[in-house]
Structure formats: structure tokens, C-alpha cells
Design a protein around this ligand. Structure first.
Ligand code: DGY
Length: 327
């Protein structure tokens, strides 16, 4: 039997790619750039599977161009770039990579929080630019972690892992699972206090976002939410850029509604040089690398490849986003 053709939209760690190459013909977009839509439309015609990234849009147009497609697998936990409903209508399972990146992403969320609270990047830049002349009692004063209140918005796997770290630092932890509903009475989770979304915003010294991007969470943090936060608050985002209204955030930082933002994700990505956030001195931006450890990215590539192979063989994907396709 001839090997099926699969599309891989970027060079991924070898572990995953080798798995696929053992069983499939792989059409790989080899450049380290977002795969052009035309390339996808051209190659997906004959393909049985596609392994994509969060930078690729898998929409109706792509699916319409892929009459033989059996499976879509993304090398990410988030899948807001994929028209999952359209896949489900066509009986195409969609795979993703939950769990494997939880601790790595939580580490990074905490690293961003600490970098912002203790002005680590500002201090490093100051030294490298040659400004350091002497020890000073008032140089780069920041905020203590211990005793501070951390508000976690979205209490899934990553939110919970961030809460565990915060407890180790002696912080009070507030959390909301849903941004629209009140918490369940008496709900408890390792000393985490469940409150509603507005209370997380008003009472927290630091707010960390861990919700998936959906219609409900798009611009969840806008002008009025930022205005509710403490003027001294720090906002951390490792979820998706458009959970925050980035224009409103730039304004809030400029007028001092909050004190600092530390962002792994932006809207759009990459953040354009002319975007007001780019020029905000109290906005730390890194290039969507929260899950970027050697080990985790290797495991993500294997999970994505295993999801893809299961779909090609007509088996249930180990990590499926739309289980309704099996109903
Ligand atoms: C994801 O997996 O969704 C992250 O944003 C990248 O690891």
C-alpha cells in the first residue's frame, strides 16, 4: 500500500518529523516563516493529513481544497486558528497537545511575573547600555512576591500550575474559572480562593491570564477591566494576544491605570514596531515562547505526530479536540 501524503507546515523537532517520515510522504514547508496559504492550498489537494502550527489558519477554504483530508493535528494546545466546527461537519478529527506543556508554560508565566515585578529586564538593559554608576537605594524598586495577591483568570491545567508556584512563594491566590459566572459556593483547591472575575481584577496585585481564546474571551481585558485593576497591578499574558485589547492596554500603561504588562503573546503577532505597546517602557514583550523548552517542544512534536498517525489509520486521536466526530 502506498504511503499517505501529509503536510507539515514548518520544520518541527526531529522526534515528531521522524515518526511521520517512517509512515508517510511528508510535504514540508522548510522555511522558518509562516507557510503561505497558496502553498497549503496547492499541496493539501492530495493530502490525507495536515500537521499545522498556531500560526496557520485552517479554515473552510483550506478544508474545501482538501477532499481526501482525514485528520488535522496542531502542535499546540490552543486551536483557535482551526475551524473546528467545519472539521466536525466533515467528520475530520482535530488533534492538539494538552498537558505536556503545562509545567513549562507555568514556569514561564511565573518568570514573566517575576521579571516585571522585580524589573529584571529593565535592570539588565540599564547595565548593558552603560548607565550603571553606583549602588543606589532607589534604583529599580519593584514589588515583592511574598504576601502579594495573585489573581488567576482561567483555572485549567496551566492556571492551576501557576497557583502551585504562587503558593510556594507565599502568595495569596485568587482565581476564577469562568469570567461570566459566579464561583461555586465552597469550592476549594489547595488554598486558592475562588471569586468572580471583577473581584480578581480589583483585589489582585498581579493578574495572570490562562483562558483559551474564544468568542467570549476575545478582548476580555479591555478599557473597563484595566480601569478596575489596581494602579500598581502587573498583568501577565501567556494565553493568546487577543484576550487583551492591546490598544486599551497601551493606553492604560501610558496613563498609569496599571503599572506593568508582561506579554508572551500579542495581537497581532509579531507586535508591529509602530504599535504603541512596542514603545511602552513598562511593557515586556517576548516572542510567544512560554512552551519553548527543548524537552517540551520535542514532546509536543511527538504528540502532534501521534495524533496525525492515529487519524490516518482511522483510530481515535489520543488528544482530540472534537470528540463528537466519533459519536
Ligand atoms: C500553545 O500550545 O497553544 C502555545 O501557545 C504554544 O505552545
Amino acid at each position: 500500500m502506498s504511503k499517505p501524503l501529509v503536510l507539515v507546515t514548518r520544520q518541527i523537532p526531529d522526534a515528531g518529523l521522524d515518526l511521520l517520515r517512517g509512515q508517510c510522504h511528508v510535504a514540508l514547508w522548510e522555511e522558518d516563516s509562516v507557510v503561505p496559504r497558496d502553498w497549503v492550498l496547492e499541496h493539501i489537494r492530495e493530502a490525507s493529513g495536515v500537521l499545522c502550527l498556531l500560526t496557520d489558519t485552517i479554515d473552510r477554504g483550506v478544508l474545501d481544497a482538501a477532499p481526501s483530508l482525514k485528520v488535522v493535528s496542531t502542535m499546540a494546545v490552543g486551536f483557535d486558528n482551526i475551524a473546528v466546527n467545519e472539521c466536525s461537519k466533515r467528520g475530520i478529527p482535530v488533534g492538539h497537545t494538552p498537558g505536556v506543556l503545562t509545567e513549562t508554560t507555568a514556569d514561564f508565566s511565573f518568570a514573566l511575573l517575576m521579571a516585571a515585578a522585580r524589573r529584571i529586564v529593565d535592570g539588565a538593559r540599564y547595565v548593558k547600555e552603560g548607565h550603571w554608576k553606583t549602588w543606589s537605594p532607589t534604583l529599580f524598586l519593584g514589588q515583592d512576591m511574598s504576601g502579594a495577591t495573585l489573581g488567576i483568570v482561567g483555572f485549567g491545567r496551566i492556571g492551576q500550575a501557576v497557583a502551585r508556584r504562587a503558593k510556594g512563594f507565599g502568595m495569596r491566590v485568587l482565581a476564577c474559572r469562568s469570567t461570566t459566572q459566579a464561583p461555586t459556593q465552597g469550592e476549594a483547591h489547595d488554598d486558592v480562593e475562588f471569586v468572580d472575575f471583577p473581584t480578581v481584577l480589583t483585589e489582585s496585585d498581579f493578574v495572570s491570564l490562562h483562558v483559551p481564546l474564544t468568542q467570549e474571551t476575545h478582548h476580555l481585558i479591555g478599557k473597563s477591566e484595566l480601569a478596575r485593576m489596581k494602579n500598581s497591578a502587573i498583568l501577565v499574558n501567556t494565553s493568546r494576544g487577543s484576550v487583551i485589547d492591546s490598544q486599551a492596554l497601551a493606553l492604560a500603561l501610558a496613563v498609569g491605570d496599571i503599572t506593568y504588562a508582561a506579554l508572551d503573546v500579542t495581537d497581532p503577532e509579531p507586535v508591529p514596531l509602530e504599535h504603541p505597546l512596542f514603545h511602552e517602557p513598562h511593557c515586556l514583550i517576548v516572542p510567544h515562547i512560554a512552551s519553548a523548552s527543548f524537552a517540551t517542544r520535542g514532546k509536543m512534536s511527538v504528540m502532534a505526530a501521534e495524533n496525525l498517525l492515529a487519524g490516518l489509520h482511522g483510530k481515535r486521536l489520543p488528544f482530540v479536540v472534537n470528540p463528537e466526530v466519533y459519536a
